[in-house]
Design a protein around this ligand. Sequence first.
Ligand SMILES: Nc1ncnc2c1ncn2[C@@H]1O[C@H](COP(=O)(O)OP(=O)(O)OP(=O)(O)O)[C@@H](O)[C@H]1O
Ligand SMILES: [Mg+2]
Length: 325
Amino acid sequence: MEDVLLDVKELKTHFKTEKGVVKAVDGISFQVRRGEILGIVGESGCGKSITSQSILRLVGYKRNELVSGQVLFEGEDLLTKKEKNMLAIRGSKIGLIAQDPMTSLNPVYTVGNQIAEVPMIHEKASKKSAWQTAIAMLKKVGIPSAEDRADQYPHQFSGGMRQRGVIGMALAGNPSLLIADEPTTALDVTIQAQVLDLMLKLRDETNAGIIMITHDLGVVAEICDKVAVMYAGKIVEQAPVEELFANPKHPYTKGLLKSLPKLGDKERLQPVEGQPPNLNDLHEGCRFADRCPFVFDKCHTEHPPLFSTDSNHRTACYLYDEEAE
Ligand SMILES: Nc1ncnc2c1ncn2[C@@H]1O[C@H](COP(=O)(O)OP(=O)(O)OP(=O)(O)O)[C@@H](O)[C@H]1O
Ligand SMILES: [Mg+2]
């Protein structure tokens, strides 16, 4: 369809290591439409960052990094593009707010120069107008005294300011797709709210699509239109955001939602018990089986496909396999 901006099909990213093949991302499919915000949630190590890096082809170059499937962006498969074409896409049409802001900032250039570089490279902007853009972006992300700050180096910024600098850099490219990998985790609550507002503004003003990677379900509830829940390299549930919160299906999603502290609730967090499986030593069967309170025989055969329980609600769990009944 016309308004599908990103169409990821059966994406797999495996790493060959001495201890076997790590199946970090293992056959996931999802779409992002223009103007839509997709949340990707799941606990640490489930493959969220590797998914974003695979889309941008930041992994897949080394001999031990095996990436397959399709990443159709505006109809073209990024996985088959030449590196020089990817260079033109990264940082302009697709902006990335990386999980660790220091990986995106070069310590030897001022923050202002790094942001100004974006319009200079991608839009052939003059030095002067690029510098104006840099200052405007720093203001936009809430950096006080932006004119002075633009002349400073990353190490002179606090952690939260660096993160905002990286966000400014991503916005300077005027992206049609923004991938934000835990953009608010390092920030205090007020700044967090400002950053989320910025994302919504970007979406409203430019109709960009956004992938919001987070393990904060509060963030998801606040800004996402739909959610994909990842577990051990797989998407285990996908639904519009209200539907997921009102009507979670997968036992893992139910566990995650239960672990959300309710307002005024004095009880402690109730996380899903147990640990995710080792990604280089996966058993046959559902990857969540070891931790699942509803496990039954079939769960040990193979990892379940996504079953539709509603027109746009899908769950990888044999409890929802209607044909089996
Ligand atoms: N180069 C690599 N070689 C082997 N395994 C790797 C490599 N890079 C990542 N992994 C593994 O891939 C899995 C997914 O990592 P990823 O960074 O995507 O997790 P994540 O969901 O972003 O976690 P977090 O919430 O902690 O950021 C992890 O188990 C990680 O150890
Ligand atoms: Mg990550």
